[in-house]
Write a protein that binds this ligand. Structure first.
Ligand SMILES: [Zn+2]
Length: 702
């Protein structure tokens, strides 16, 4: 999954000013150990290979490998066998049994016309010769015959407008489009369901990812008129993972709830559609012209409907529980084997999975080979490095969620950080999202990896592409390198929101109009997304440098000072939203001042922790380092509230949660209370947030 474009990924700046370390230092390393680490990194950086990444990619994308398929199982076994060969100390396949529906029937007709749920063959691309059926996972099974209404992006305001025009969507089939900025298709399904629509069709408009953007595949990166985006529509913003085991692991013998009780399962019939077929429906539409902002790239005047001829949609799924397979490989740490640096990528794809996810899987395979080579050569990380190949991420972040739920106890005790790469490469633009405690760590790691196109470091390349003045950066406030606004949409979710582990999510992005399409395959990647596979190699290098630093640092490179600063900024944003409301109710006058005081308290604790860290590094005291590392690990856990946020107990983190669109909800408990306009609720949530900030301050230490 993982696709957030437009304003949602607008980077926000914060990088802490440098502390006690010399400029040539590495955060978390003492002066005496920097040279050895640099030498290790030089040795490591010589290992990743673009040609190998291409070979891995070719193998991974040879056949479609949707979750639950025989091919995806084979790839899991292939990974396990390779990782063992490469020198991992242990590799295991963990199985979970989860609800994984496949379509058995997809039919959309209007009179004698019938839509196609497959894409056209493209000359010169053998992977397009055998058409594969597209669908929306977790659509309800059923048949609907009704007129069609066009509802633009399918957001609540679109339905409000239709209502204002007297157009009733109840019992109708709504036609909505994938939209930029991206909003998660499950949100469209929930909105359509709430408004009483009987079914939903989601199509790809050429204005969003097709010919209106530029040349279409195979001539360019965009999708042709037949391209279709598959994808799940579950309500995983309520709870991700197997819908039948919400909050606990789908292991043998686990309790399972009935599908009717599953809050993450939609109750609407849904299917994805190509632009070509959407045009047929739009041309048959009656009613008024759609507003200007609802017009798209099909070269016709879009009307909102209802359509003049009823349309029949039939979608049937097998609603089968299937086995999925997480591959877990470990290189045992030489000094602190019970502290785990976890790296992960999902393996399952909708079809061939060129960019999503096999670019990330190819980078990870070369990373496993390279790290394994070091271990075989006698160079062990001090902490254990754990690599995970997740399954069924495309369905509902499934295997990472189940694994995180199954091993909650160990992970809370042992996980140092989680570094996620979903799609590693659809172009050359580096993007990273993370909790703010990792900003400086990311920037330092990105500074030692070369951008293949420009030959400067990734940090410098990012600065140049942002048109920033040289010299003002890095390591001063204002580097737009790390996005600290985390929503959801990939496998870091369970680590951050359920387990309270510090997370990073990163990729190289570019123009990409074939997301979840059959055209997202080896040819697209090797001809358009990353010719030469040099960005695949760059990702392997960056990921590996991060792993080796997290594993070897004397003190964990977690700095909570920018975290406190960020939380203060988030609080100011949410407070303004509250004071701007003219319809506030409730007796209580929410005290944002107390919230800001708690943030100040956290900042003071973060300052003390940083000083303690610097002192422990300087003194090289094993006891001091152990103590400070414990604090730095546990401070993120302390930001969890065991009760979760209101209505969403699985989402425990008090700073981050996804909105229903996957966009970030900052200070989710307070923000959602503010949205109700009820002062009493806001006060209650501020109290919960303050308690979390105090727990984190306490964790950081006395
Ligand atoms: Zn993905």
């Amino acid at each position: 999954m993982k696709r957030l474009v437009g304003p949602l990924t607008a980077t926000v700046a914060v990088v802490a000013t440098l502390g006690a370390q010399a400029p040539e230092g590495i955060y978390g390393f003492g002066a005496a150990s920097v040279a050895a680490q640099r030498q290790l990194e030089r040795r490591f950086l010589a290992l990743p290979s673009a040609d190998r990444a291409r070979d891995y990619h070719r193998h991974l994308t040879d056949e479609p490998h949707v979750a639950g398929s025989g091919r995806n199982r084979q790839l899991a076994e292939w990974m396990r066998d390779r990782w063992k060969e490469y020198g991992f100390d242990s590799v295991e396949i963990v199985e979970h049994q989860v609800l994984l529906p496949y379509p058995t029937e997809m039919k959309l007709t209007m009179g004698s016309w019938e839509a196609r749920f497959t894409e056209d063959a493209v000359p010169g691309d053998p992977d397009t010769r055998t058409p594969l059926v597209h669908y929306n996972a977790y659509s309800r099974s059923g048949e609907v015959e009704a007129p069609v209404v066009y509802a633009a992006s399918g957001n609540p305001e679109n339905y409000d407008w239709l209502e204002s025009q007297g157009i009733d969507v109840r019992g109708k089939i709504v036609l909505v489009r994938y939209s930029v900025p991206y909003s998660y298709r499950g949100f469209k399904a929930l909105t359509a369901e709430k408004r009483g629509a009987a079914a939903m069709l989601i199509y790809s408009d050429p204005a969003e990812d097709g010919a209106k953007k530029g040349p279409v595949y195979p001539d360019g990166p965009w999708g042709n008129e037949s391209h279709i985006q598959s994808g799940g529509i579950p309500y995983d913003f309520m709870v991700p993972g197997d819908p039948l085991t919400p909050g606990w692991a789908s292991v043998t013998g686990a309790k399972r709830i009935a599908a009717e009780e599953a809050i993450s399962l939609p109750k609407i019939v849904s299917a994805p559609l190509s632009a070509r077929d959407a045009r047929v429906l739009l041309q048959a539409m009656g009613g008024p012209d759609a507003p200007q902002s609802w017009q798209g790239g099909l070269g016709i005047t879009y009307k909102v409907g209802p359509g003049t001829t009823p349309v029949k949609l039939r979608v049937m799924s097998d609603d089968t529980v299937r086995p999925i397979h997480t591959v877990i490989g470990t290189i045992r740490g030489s000094e602190r084997p019970d502290e785990w640096v976890i790296l992960g990528n999902h393996r399952d794809s909708w079809q061939y999975g060129g960019v999503d996810p096999s670019s990330g899987s190819a980078s990870m395979m070369d990373l496993a080979r390279s790290l394994g080579a070091l271990a075989r050569g006698g160079v062990r990380p001090k902490r254990s490095i754990v690599i995970a190949s997740w399954d069924a991420e495309e369905f509902t972040l499934t295997s990472s969620t189940e694994w995180g739920e199954q091993f909650e106890g160990e992970l809370k005790e042992r996980a140092v950080a989680y570094v996620n790469v979903d799609s590693s490469t659809s172009g050359p633009n580096f993007t990273a999202a993370a909790v703010p405690s990792l900003n400086r760590f990311i920037e330092e790691a990105a500074a030692v990896v070369t951008d293949p196109r420009t030959g400067v470091s990734l940090v410098e390349a990012k600065r140049q592409s942002a048109g920033r003045q040289q010299g003002s950066l890095p390591n001063s406030e204002g580097v737009d390198l790390v996005n600290n606004r985390l929503g959801s949409g990939s496998d870091y979710t369970v680590f951050l929101n359920f387990l309270g582990v510090s997370v990073i999510d990163m990729s190289f992005d570019g123009p990409y109009g074939v997301y979840h399409s059959q055209y997202d395959n080896h040819q697209w990647v090797s001809r358009i997304g990353d010719p030469g596979f040099r960005y695949h190699e760059a990702m392997t290098k960056l990921w590996g440098v991060m792993a080796l630093r997290l594993a070897n640092a004397e003190s964990l490179p977690l700095d909570y000072r920018p975290y406190a600063t960020r939380i203060g900024e988030f609080a100011t944003i949410v407070q303004k939203r509250w004071t701007d409301r003219t319809d506030r109710t409730g007796d209580a006058d929410p005290s944002f001042a107390r919230l800001h005081e708690a943030v100040t308290g956290l900042r003071a604790a973060a300052d003390r922790a940083f000083d303690a860290q610097s002192a422990a590094i300087a003194s090289r005291s094993a006891e001091g380092l152990t103590a400070v590392n414990r604090k730095l690990m546990q401070a993120e856990r302390a930001l969890l509230d065991p009760a979760g946020i209101p209505g969403r107990p699985w989402y425990r983190h008090q700073i981050y949660a996804p909105k229903y669109t996957y966009a970030p909800e900052l200070l989710p408990g307070v923000a959602e209370a503010v949205a109700t306009g009820d002062g009493a609720k806001v006060s209650e949530q501020i109290d919960r947030l303050i308690a979390a900030l105090r727990r984190a301050a306490t964790a950081l230490g006395s």
